[in-house]
Structures are given as structure tokens and as C-alpha cells.
Ligand binder design. Structure first.
Ligand SMILES: [Zn+2]
Length: 551
């Protein structure tokens, strides 16, 4: 920043230098380029020029004459596409997951103990060793592991390791000691403490009893948030993602963004949605923040929740669950409260992104949007996050009021058998209804919900156009009438994901005036099979005309 400022100050005083506006223009030529253009159509091109500010100034088709520029890069005929945009991720959680010991690939207790010891050696600064993914069934152990076994590899720091299903924790003696959990401890309601025959603690805590030890895990420090952000950025960029919608961002995560960006270390672009109205107003005050740091960071609004998830039967359904007729899920936010919160945001022009999974939840958000649209007119871009199960009768409502359905194609492929069980065979017509939303005049933005699903836009792209998983299952696709076209998938992961965050005109397309955020990849997603698209290799990643990944 300082250097560039100095250069400009000098240039302004030098009469000769002033006549060379193309001084830092860069031409990337000889590429097989594809982008969504300003009209929403697919544009094929063979070269682009971007300027000193990292903005595209010209796009060339085959045969167009190239200008004289100072820098010319040869794309060697490779495929160039806009940087992928993941409309719904949790950046901090991606980073913290990367900082946690993952035992899901261990096949025996010994192997796990070795991995724990190694992680402890590799991470001397961590006050606690935290991990996940162990499974004594997979190990063939026939019993739970014990604190004593853990003590043999780490005794000088507390350790807490969650089981693969998250429903149990394995701790060492120091963790129990620091938490003040002694032999006489009682399990809270909904929890269990596993003891040996003599009644001693074994280090295993089940469900709500995990909190007895878990409450002593220290909150992450600012430096932990910084490290998490750095790791998350690394992972996102490696997968070809140059911009994200960060959902339910905390105040600590916002501060980490600001610290990173102040140091020039915010490499991706972030459209942020606060986790509470208080935080939204604390950061934005009377409205969304301006775009900060050359279009790298903006607080757009707030993330709200209407219901839970299908897996835990927390999604709010119009009729009872097929596999548990006693329940139809539960609303996390009551109708009046939802409208109050949405109104509080809309009044100050904040954008709302509302999590709704079940058909009752989606119907309620749609009604709320319809009511609020009478007061809050104009370009609001009401977002519904997930929109997984929608009553076919409600789908036309998704085409009204400029609603954006922010959906995650990989949820469909991961959850389809579970969705079949939860809903039964007769209520799947509006399940993950992508093509229907487009047909109704609605707009899709695609994302991953990482770390819930991998932040892999090419896997998401393949799922969007095929409704099959990585093994090609089910053959022919699950409700294949809801697949989208390749062009629609490209838009969903680029231009439409940008639009969903009020970022059109800034990034998402390779057209004059937008940022030069692009990838060089080894195949063309518009010409490849779903299987091939999943195997896409990201060769180079550029953000704002700067290479952030590649040789
Ligand atoms: Zn999410």
C-alpha cells in the first residue's frame, strides 16, 4: 500500500510519467475463457487486460487486436473462469476445524494414540488439545478408550476428543482435574458419565455430560481467530474460491477480518452476515458498511434462523415426520419475532438471510417477506438459506419480491436417503427444488455450507447439474427434473452468488469494471461430464489481478 501510494505521489509530480496510463496494465492472453457476461449470458473469450487496481478493463475474443501493454502473460491455452463464489460458508469454523485433531481416519486405538502424541508435539502452544472423529467400533476395541490410555501420551495438557458422532467425549485426567470433575460428579439431565466397575471416572462423557469438562475449554484467543482465518483462506483458495458469503459471523471473526485486511492479508472477498442484530448494528450502525479494502469486505446484514435441520428432526414441517409421527420439528424463531427481526434489519437497509429447511419454515419466511415487502420496497434481495423442503404450492412464491434461494447442492447428494426417511415417498416433490425455483422466476445462489460439507465448488457444480453423488448415485440422478444447466450452475457459483451479496459490478464476472478474480483450471466445466468436473484441478488463482495460488 505504502509503495503504491509513493509511486503515485511521484508520478503526479512527473510530467512525463503522467502520459502513460497503461503503465501497469497486464494482458493475460491465449486462454480458453468463459464467464457470465453483463446480460447474464455465457461469454467465451481468449484474453483479458486488467489494470493497476486489479480491475478488468478489456476482454478479447478470438481475432480481436491486442493492445500494447507492459506485461503480457501467456495462458498456454488453459481454461480461465471467474473465481468461484461460495454463497454460504462459515469461515471461522472452517479454520477451527483445520486446527483440530482429526481422528476419523484411525483404525485402532494405538494408531489414534500415536496421532494424538504427534499432534501434541506439533502444537506446543495450544493450551488444550482438542480433537474429533474417534470411533471405538471402527477400532474393533469392544469398549470405550480410557483417560489412563490418553494420559500415557499427553499428561501435561488437558485433552478433549469428541467421538465421530459428536455424542461422546474422551478426556485425559488433567482435563477432568482442571474442570473440577471428581469421582463424585453427577451427570446432568440428558447426559451420562461412564465409570468403571469400582465407580471411578473413565474419562468418557456422553451427551450433555460432555459440558462438565467442555465448559473449561478456554475461549479462543484473538491469535486463534487469526490463525483460523489464515487456514480457512488457504483452504478456500486451494479449492478455487475467491469470495464467500460468511454466515452468522461473530464479533471475533469480524475483528479477525479487520486485522488481516489492515495487514494486507485478507486475500479472499467476504460478504458478511452477522450472527445477531446487536452485532449487525454495532458494526454497521445505520446500515451496511461500505465495501472495504478494495471490495474485500462488507457487512451486508444478518443471518436469522427459523428452524433446525432435517437430520435431527429439527426442521419445521407442515405434517409430522414420516419416521417419527409424534413430531413435525420445531420453529426456533416464532412468527412475530421473525418479522420483528427482519423489520429491524430492513428498516436500516440491512439484508436478511434466513435459514429455513422444512416446508413449514419456508412457508413462514415467504409469508414474512410478503408482509414486509409492503413496507420495505425496492431492491431488498431477501435471502432464504437452504430452502431445502418447499411445499410445491409455495414454489411460485419464491419467484416474487426478488427472493434469492441460497442452496447447497452437496446437501442434496449427502442427505437424500435421510430426506426420504424423514419425509416418506410422497412429500419429495419440493425437495431441493432448484430448477423449479428458476422456472418460477426466482434466483439461485450456490454454496457449500462448509465446514458442514467440503468447500468444493466443483463437486457442488457436478451435483447441481446431475443430482448424483461422487459415486454417480443414484443412477440418472435423484429427481433429475430439478437439475440445472451447466450455464446456470456457473452463474450460481459466480455472478448470481455475487448478486446475492450485492456485489455485482464488483466481482463474479470477467467483464470490464469488475475485479480480475479468476482461475486457470485444467478443464471446461461447461463441456465436461459431472464426473470430470469433480476432478477439476485448480492450477492458478488470481484475486484482484494478483496471483494467490500457482507456480
Ligand atoms: Zn450454514
Amino acid at each position: 500500500m505504502m509503495l503504491r501510494f509513493t509511486f503515485r505521489a511521484l508520478a503526479a509530480t512527473s510530467l512525463l510519467a503522467l502520459t502513460a496510463p497503461a503503465l501497469a496494465d497486464t494482458l493475460v492472453d491465449n486462454v480458453d475463457g468463459v464467464t457470465i457476461d453483463g446480460d447474464g449470458d455465457v461469454l467465451r473469450f481468449t484474453g483479458i487486460v486488467f489494470d493497476d487496481d486489479g480491475k478488468v478493463t478489456q476482454v478479447f475474443e478470438r481475432g480481436d487486436e491486442r493492445p500494447q501493454v507492459d506485461y503480457r502473460l501467456d495462458g498456454e491455452g488453459r481454461v480461465m473462469i471467474p473465481g468461484m463464489i461460495d454463497a454460504h460458508v462459515h469461515v471461522g469454523q472452517i479454520g477451527f476445524a483445520a486446527m483440530t485433531l482429526d481422528l476419523s481416519d484411525t483404525n485402532s486405538l494405538d494408531e489414534a494414540l500415536q496421532k494424538i502424541a504427534q499432534f501434541s508435539t506439533d502444537n506446543p502452544g495450544r493450551p488444550w488439545i482438542l480433537g474429533r472423529g474417534w470411533n471405538q467400533e471402527k477400532w474393533g476395541l469392544g469398549r470405550f478408550p480410557t483417560a489412563a490410555e490418553l494420559d500415557k501420551v499427553v499428561s501435561d495438557r488437558p485433552v478433549l476428543l469428541r467421538r465421530a458422532d459428536g455424542h461422546a467425549a474422551w478426556t485425559n485426567s488433567l482435563a477432568m482435574e482442571q474442570a473440577g470433575v471428581t469421582a463424585g460428579a453427577k451427570a446432568p439431565a440428558g447426559g451420562r458419565i461412564i465409570r468403571d466397575e469400582a465407580g471411578n471416572l473413565t474419562g468418557i462423557f456422553v451427551d450433555s455430560a460432555i459440558g462438565l469438562v467442555g465448559q473449561s475449554v478456554p475461549d479462543p484467543r484473538p491469535s486463534d481467530y487469526d490463525r483460523a482465518l489464515a487456514l480457512a483462506q488457504e483452504q478456500l483458495i486451494a479449492n478455487g474460491i475467491t469470495a464467500v458469503g460468511d454466515m452468522a459471523m461473530s464479533v471475533h471473526e469480524w475483528h479477525a477480518y479487520r486485522r488481516a485486511a489492515d495487514l494486507g492479508q485478507l486475500r479472499i472477498r467476504v460478504m458478511a452476515y452477522a450472527d445477531s442484530p446487536e452485532l449487525m448494528e454495532l458494526i454497521g450502525g445505520t446500515g451496511p458498511t461500505p465495501w472495504l479494502y478494495d471490495d474485500r469486505l462488507r457487512l451486508n446484514g444478518i443471518k436469522l434462523y427459523v428452524d433446525g435441520a432435517l437430520g435431527s428432526r429439527g426442521a419445521a414441517l407442515k405434517e409430522p415426520y414420516a419416521d417419527e409421527p409424534g413430531t413435525s420439528g420445531l420453529a426456533l424463531t416464532m412468527p412475530a419475532q421473525l418479522r420483528n427481526l427482519m423489520s429491524r434489519a430492513a428498516m436500516s437497509n440491512f439484508q436478511t438471510a434466513v435459514h429455513a429447511i422444512g416446508d413449514a419454515a419456508n412457508a413462514d419466511v415467504l409469508s414474512a417477506i410478503e408482509e414486509l415487502s409492503e413496507t420495505y420496497t425496492g431492491d431488498r434481495r431477501w435471502r432464504i438459506e437452504h430452502a431445502q423442503i418447499v411445499d410445491p404450492a409455495d414454489i411460485p412464491r419464491l419467484g416474487q419480491h426478488g427472493i434469492i434461494a441460497s442452496v447447497q447442492p452437496l446437501h442434496q447428494t449427502s442427505d437424500r436417503t435421510m430426506a426420504e426417511a424423514r419425509l416418506g415417498p410422497d412429500r419429495l416433490d419440493g425437495a431441493y427444488p432448484w430448477r423449479s425455483v428458476v422456472a418460477a422466476g426466482g434466483r439461485l445462489a450456490f454454496g457449500s455450507d462448509a465446514p458442514v460439507e467440503p468447500a468444493d465448488p466443483f463437486a457442488g457444480f457436478a451435483a447441481a447439474i446431475s443430482r448424483t453423488d461422487a459415486d454417480g448415485q443414484p443412477f440418472g440422478g435423484w429427481f433429475p427434473q430439478e437439475t440445472v444447466s451447466r450455464e446456470q450452475a456457473l452463474a450460481g457459483f459466480t455472478s448470481d452468488a455475487a448478486f446475492a451479496g450485492f456485489a455485482e459490478g464488483r466481482f463474479g464476472r470477467l467483464i470490464p469494471g469488475e475485479r480480475a478474480d479468476f482461475l486457470l483450471v485444467d478443464r471446461d466445466p461447461l463441456l465436461s461430464s459431472p464426473d470430470d468436473i469433480r476432478q477439476t484441478k485448480v492450477i492458478e488463482v488470481w484475486v484482484g489481478g494478483v496471483k494467490v495460488l500457482g507456480e
